[in-house]
Design a protein around this ligand. Structure first.
Ligand SMILES: Cc1ncc(COP(=O)(O)O)c(C=O)c1O
Length: 365
C-alpha cells in the first residue's frame, strides 16, 4: 500500500461535519456565484494576512494574471521572475504579450538570487515576481528596495507559501501585490480551483475587483476588459471552514518539516529555512543524486514522491521564443535534476514519517 503524498482524505474526514454543513448551506441558498461566503472569506483572509484587501478569484494562475492586468502589463513590457517554478508564474506574462525575463535562484533555498535582479531591469520592466517556492518567501526586503528604486511593482507568487511568515509578516502581505492559490494540495486548499490577490492600494484593489468580474462595476456596464475570474461560493464555504484550523495545520507542518530535517540531514541534502523566515512546507523537498532511480526505489517501498520541477521554464518548448538555452541558469538546471519532494501534509503521522525515513535509508544502501 502506498502512503498518501498529501493526505487530503484524512483532512476531509476530520472536518467533514463542518464542511458538509457549510457546503449544504450554499446549495440551499443557491447563491453559487458571489454568495455571502465569498465576502466572509475575504474578510477572514484580510484578518489573517493583515493585508488591507484580500480579493478572491478563480485560481492562483488567475490571481497572477489579474495582478499583471491591474498593473497594465502588456505587449512589449518585461517582467522578471524565476525559471524554477510552476509554469503559471511565467505563463501569465506571455499570455499578456509581455516578456518573461528569468533570473537564477540560490542553491541553498531555491529562491530568487536577489544579487542578479537589478542588472536585468530595463525601461521596459514593469514588475518582479519572486516565487515563494515550496513554502518560504524570497528576500522580500531586498527585492522591494530594488523595485522601489526603479519604480516597479513586486508581485509575490505565494501559491505555495500561504501561512508562511517573513520577519513576522505573512506571505502575500509583503509587497505591492501578493497572489496565492487554493488548489486542493496547497497549504490552504479548497475542493476545486481557487485563489486570491492581496494588496494595500485602494485603486489597485478597485481595479482587481472589476477585472475579475468582466471589467464591470455595475451589472452589464463594462468599463474595462476583464475576465471571469470569480471564486465559486462553494469553494469559499470550504475555505472558511479550513481557515479555522489553518494555524494548527501550519504549526503541524513546521513540526513535521523540522522532524524530517532532524531525521534526514545526515543522509541527504535537506531544505534550509532562510533567516527571518518560517516555512510551511507546501513541499518538503530534498536533493539527491540519481534522483529518478532513487525515486523508483522509494516508490517500490510504498513511498510516493514528486518532482517540483523537472524542467526549468527557460528550457520548456512553450518559452522557446524567449531565446534562452541550456546553461543559461546553471543553478536551476542543476536543482531540476536533483530535487525530490517527499510525502507531506499536516496529517502525516510520525509513524508514516518514520516509514519514509526508513525507505530512504534502504534506498541509499
Ligand atoms: C508557484 C505556483 N504559482 C502558481 C500556481 C498556479 O496556481 P493554480 O493551480 O491555482 O492556478 C501554482 C500552482 O501549482 C504554483 O505552485
Amino acid at each position: 500500500m502506498q502512503l498518501p503524498f498529501i493526505d487530503l482524505k484524512t483532512q476531509y474526514e476530520t472536518y467533514k461535519t463542518q464542511i458538509n454543513q457549510e457546503m449544504l448551506k450554499v446549495l440551499e441558498s443557491t447563491q453559487f456565484i458571489m454568495g455571502e461566503e465569498v465576502n466572509t472569506l475575504e474578510q477572514n483572509l484580510k484578518n489573517y494576512t493583515n493585508a488591507k484587501y484580500a480579493i478572491t478569484c478563480s485560481s492562483g494562475t488567475d490571481a497572477l494574471l489579474l495582478a499583471l492586468m491591474a498593473l497594465d502589463v502588456k505587449a512589449g513590457d518585461e517582467v522578471i521572475t524565476s525559471p524554477f517554478t510552476f509554469i503559471a508564474t511565467a505563463e501569465v506574462i506571455s499570455l499578456l504579450g509581455a516578456k518573461a525575463v528569468f533570473v537564477d535562484i540560490n542553491e541553498d533555498d531555491f529562491l530568487l538570487d536577489t544579487s542578479k535582479v537589478e542588472e536585468l531591469i530595463t525601461p521596459k520592466t514593469k514588475a518582479i515576481i519572486p516565487v515563494s517556492l515550496y513554502g518560504q518567501c524570497a528576500d522580500m526586503n531586498t527585492i522591494n528596495a530594488i523595485a522601489e528604486k526603479h519604480g516597479i511593482a513586486v508581485i509575490e507568487d505565494g501559491a505555495q507559501s500561504f501561512g508562511a511568515e517573513q520577519k513576522g509578516k505573512k506571505s502575500c502581505s509583503l509587497s505591492s501585490i501578493g497572489c496565492t492559490s487554493f488548489f486542493p494540495s496547497k497549504p490552504l486548499g479548497c475542493y476545486g480551483d481557487g485563489g486570491a490577490v492581496f494588496c494595500d492600494d485602494d485603486s489597485l484593489a478597485h481595479k482587481l475587483k472589476m477585472l475579475l468580474n468582466h471589467g464591470q462595476q455595475e451589472r452589464y456596464k463594462h468599463d474595462i476588459i476583464g475576465i471571469n475570474g470569480r471564486l465559486d461560493t462553494i469553494q469559499a464555504a470550504v475555505l472558511n471552514v479550513k481557515l479555522k484550523h489553518f494555524e494548527d495545520e501550519v504549526k503541524k507542518r513546521e513540526e513535521l518539516g523540522k522532524r524530517y530535517n532532524d531525521l534526514l540531514s545526515d543522509i541527504v541534502q535537506t531544505p534550509k529555512t532562510s533567516p527571518n523566515n518560517t516555512h510551511v512546507y507546501a513541499q518538503y523537498t530534498i536533493r539527491v543524486q540519481n534522483r529518478d532511480e532513487f525515486a523508483k526505489k522509494l516508490n517500490s517501498q510504498g513511498i510516493p514522491t514528486a518532482v517540483h520541477y523537472p524542467i526549468p521554464l527557460h528550457l520548456q518548448p512553450a518559452f522557446k521564443d524567449l531565446g534562452y538555452k541550456k546553461g543559461d541558469f546553471a543553478v536551476s538546471e542543476k536543482l531540476a535534476s536533483e530535487v525530490l519532494s517527499l510525502p507531506m501534509s499536516p496529517f502525516l503521522t510520525f509513524n508514516q514519517q518514520d516509514m519514509v525515513v526508513e525507505a530512504i535509508k534502504k534506498a541509499l544502501k
